[in-house]
Design a protein around this ligand. Structure first.
Ligand code: ATP
Ligand code: MG
Length: 445
């Protein structure tokens, strides 16, 4: 992509309304535009990252055997009356009437609708286990929308729902979600720690929130520092192997890690003092087992092998897809701008032409651009007639992890410069080798 033909409305000034760094950089890098409180347009650069995050979420859900579908944003109020939540949900729910005066709502979540789909089409234990999910816009009329996409009113969420015959089966689905989420966040360059969460009036232990540590996080967290060292890495997990999946979950949930809602001081005090940490975190996901809470009132039953009709055991599992952009930036930036992890970067590499209009430099940039495309890599080529300083500042702000700088002086010696945004280290290489190096870096992503 040539920058001269792209749409990247970078802001020079720090927007006054942005209180935290991710919001500030998303506005300055031309990623989002606020349209109303908590409602954003996704400009091309932001939309690219959003799509990459969505793609990772889809890949990891499908790897775990979960099946994508798409439900609408608007839902009928009557469905929510069946579960009793239409009245309970309160002011966060956006309620709408159509021209026939039918009551509708903009979905804040989809338990009722997915249960309705299930009961219409599934009636036998033979069709289970089943986990359906979608990535769809939600609306919650938050009292205090703030921090940009972190706490929006309209936001993108992955929400998945498992249907199982027994509690045991449903807990395996719960564990599958935990492992698939760990892999999802790691691929985005994040350490997201599963923390025991408060299950509210339903009771039971079976809910965890995933928190990314950040001083700007809204949750207070208490944890054993050793938990931050745990990595899934590229180990193979067989999602049908219950024991293996459960063992991974144990590994990641045994060390103490809780939010203030479930914090127990005496358990915390038992951690060796040098590993006891109190901090803040951003909730980027939550998994939940809730049994027959919806299936019972809504009549979602299956016939068991011995002919009984039983309400299915369910759980719901969410990832804050749009919030993740903010969380990633909070976790990965410096005072010049964003530093995208390779897994989610909007472009794989930037190309900076130090002397636009110089025939040799222009040709070298074109060749690098084309060489990248031939290898399936997307480069953002800054071909504007601007000073080098301005080009570097833009590249640093938008945070592409790799940059190739091309200028007449280097080309005389047959080299260009490949620079890491994270370490700021550069190497000089012949242009083809620079392209090959970038390709090798991304081969693992
Ligand atoms: P919170 O406690 O932050 O209000 P929640 O627990 O109500 O979130 P869930 O119902 O668990 O949210 O939704 C799943 C995920 O969706 C959350 O873990 C979070 O990452 C994301 N999310 C929830 N509310 C918002 C919001 N207003 N803006 C952006 N993302 C959100
Ligand atoms: Mg939650």
């Amino acid at each position: 992509m040539r920058l001269s033909r792209y749409f990247l409305p970078v802001l020079k000034e720090n927007p006054a309304e942005a209180q935290i760094v991710s919001h500030r950089y998303m506005l300055r890098a031309g990623m989002i535009k606020q349209q109303q409180a908590g409602i954003y347009s996704w400009l091309p650069l932001g939309y690219r990252v959003l799509r990459r995050i969505e793609a990772i979420v889809h890949e990891e859900q499908e790897r775990a055997g979960h099946i994508p579908l798409l439900m609408p944003t608007l839902q009928p109020a009557d469905l929510w009356r069946e579960s009793g939540r239409y009245d309970d949900y309160g002011q966060e729910m956006l309620r709408i009437r159509d021209r026939q005066d039918r009551e509708m709502l903009y979905g804040p979540t989809n338990e009722e609708m997915i249960t309705d789909i299930f009961r219409a089409h599934v009636s036998s234990y033979r069709d289970l286990p089943l986990t359906l999910y979608h990535i769809q816009w939600k609306f919650r009329d938050e009292m205090r929308p703030r921090f940009g996409v972190m706490r929006g009113r309209e936001f993108l969420m992955k929400d998945g729902y498992n249907f199982d015959v027994t509690k045991e089966d449903a807990l395996h689905a719960y564990n599958r979600h935990m492992v698939s989420y760990l892999r999802t966040y790691e691929r985005m360059g994040l350490t997201a720690i599963p923390m025991r969460a408060d299950s509210g009036p339903i009771g039971g232990d079976d809910t965890h929130e995933f928190l990314v540590l950040a001083s700007t996080g809204e949750s207070e967290v208490f944890y054993d520092d050793a938990v931050t060292q745990l990595k899934l890495g590229d180990r193979k997990v067989d999602y049908d192997d219950r024991d293996q999946v459960a063992a991974v979950c144990r590994e990641f949930t045994t060390l103490y890690a809780r939010t203030d809602e479930t914090h127990k001081q005496e358990l915390f005090d038992a951690i060796p003092e040098d590993r006891r940490k109190v901090g803040r975190g951003i909730e980027v996901g939550q998994i939940f087992y809730f049994g027959t809470k919806y299936s019972e009132p809504m009549g979602a039953t299956v016939q068991t092998a011995d002919g009984r009709a039983v309400p299915v055991h369910m759980g719901s599992h969410g990832i804050g897809v749009s919030r993740l952009l903010g969380a990633i930036i909070e976790a990965s930036h410096d005072d010049k701008g964003i530093i995208w992890p390779e897994g989610v970067t909007p472009f794989h590499c930037g190309i900076v032409n130090l002397k636009q209009g110089d025939a040799e430099a222009d040709a070298a940039c074109e060749a690098i651009h084309a060489g990248m495309a031939a290898l399936g890599l997307e480069a953002l080529y800054d071909d504007r007639d601007e000073r080098a300083g301005g080009k570097f500042a833009t590249m640093d702000l938008i945070g592409l992890p790799w940059r190739i700088t091309v200028g007449p002086r280097g080309l005389k010696n047959g080299v260009v410069e490949l620079t890491s945004r994270r370490s700021d280290e550069s190497v000089e290489l012949p242009p083809e080798q620079a392209v090959a190096r970038v390709a090798a870096i991304y081969a693992g992503h």
